[in-house]
Design a protein around this ligand. Structure first.
Ligand code: GRG
Length: 300
């Protein structure tokens, strides 16, 4: 997929998801209005929509239906959004802004932000099940998607990665521990998205294994790139040597390896991800490879 085709594809997907958020909860459920507003406030704040994009792209690259992938794509963005709402709370990162807007607890209060996160997490599983109920995805595939989502978002996945990150001490976090944190806190939802897209398309075990390897490498590259952009985008950090006061606030690949070595590692991982898909028979102009290139070349 060419860069301009990909830009169109990304925009199309963002619009489709935004439409889905506006009818997020069945009207007959009589959900309290404030809860609906708090949940949709963060969903519609306009993130990159990377994870749902990966679900749909994996599914379509393997010949599956976009319609059937959408409930799962929506679900992974709900889980991601819940994690951001909770991560921003005073008890965690205590952030006032996210995605260019006030954070959820700044607008709705702490209690409602916790509940909006809880609502998004649980409703995600409802949404996944709709792939079977409304779009004919086999129940066995949906069972595997639910199993993957609970494992990869839960204690052995994103939540475990978040705890390892919280408990990491400066001077104690080496590359191995940092890799563990990134693989789980960031990587697992990315791997989930790819596997889920593959499962909706009815992919065989070989293709699923390739998607898992692709996602593991891509997830790590994405996080390293994020940390590089964080430094390069913040002029106050430019030109500071690795280990300077500012960079010591957070242990990252650039902090441990320096900017240049981190760039090389992100490029190496992206190339590894690319080869994995090509070896598994994906075409060189497939959507997933376009997305991998796009992520490496982004500037925010
Ligand atoms: C609270 C259980 C729990 C987990 C929190 C996602 C997370 C774990 C914390 C957010 C902080 C952070 C920098 C996590 C690393 C993963 C990451 C790069 C998240 C941001 O994802 P993007 O860039 O965000 O896809 P947008 O806003 O574009 O969706």
């Amino acid at each position: 997929m060419s860069p301009s085709e990909l830009t169109g594809y990304i925009g199309e997907m963002a619009r489709t998801l935004d439409e889905a958020w506006s009818r997020l909860l069945p009207e007959t459920w009589q959900v309290p209005q404030t809860l609906v507003e708090a949940m949709t406030y963060s969903l519609q704040a306009g993130g990159k929509r990377l994870r749902p994009l990966l679900v749909v792209a994996a599914c379509e690259d393997l010949g599956g239906s976009r319609e059937a992938a959408l409930p799962v794509a929506a679900a992974v963005e709900m889980v991601h959004t819940y994690s951001l709402i909770h991560d921003d709370l005073p008890a965690m990162d205590n952030d006032d802004y996210r995605r260019g807007r006030l954070t959820n607890h700044k607008v709705f209060g702490e209690a409602m932000a916790i509940l909006a996160g809880d609502g998004l997490l649980t409703h995600a599983f409802y949404s996944v099940v709709q792939a079977a109920r409304r779009h004919g995805v086999p129940a066995e595939s949906v069972l595997s998607i639910v199993e993957d989502l609970s494992a990869m978002a839960g204690p052995r996945g994103m939540v475990g990665g978040q705890v390892a990150d919280m408990e990491g001490e400066q001077g104690e976090t080496d590359l191995e521990r940092l890799r563990y944190i990134h693989l789980h806190k960031t990587g697992d939802l990315i791997v989930f998205s790819l596997l889920a897209g593959g499962r909706v398309a009815g992919a065989d075990e070989e293709k699923l294994a390739a998607l898992r390897r692709f996602g593991t490498a891509l997830g790590l590259a994405f996080q390293i790139q994020d940390d590089i952009l964080d430094i390069v985008g913040d002029e106050s950090k430019l030109g500071k040597p690795v280990g300077s006061d500012i960079q010591q606030q957070k242990v990252t690949y650039p902090y441990l390896l320096g900017l240049e070595e981190s760039r090389r590692e992100a490029a190496r991982l992206t190339a590894e991800a690319r080869d994995t898909l090509l070896d598994a028979g994906f075409s060189a102009d497939c959507r997933l490879l376009g997305i991998a290139d796009y992520l490496m070349n982004r500037d925010h």
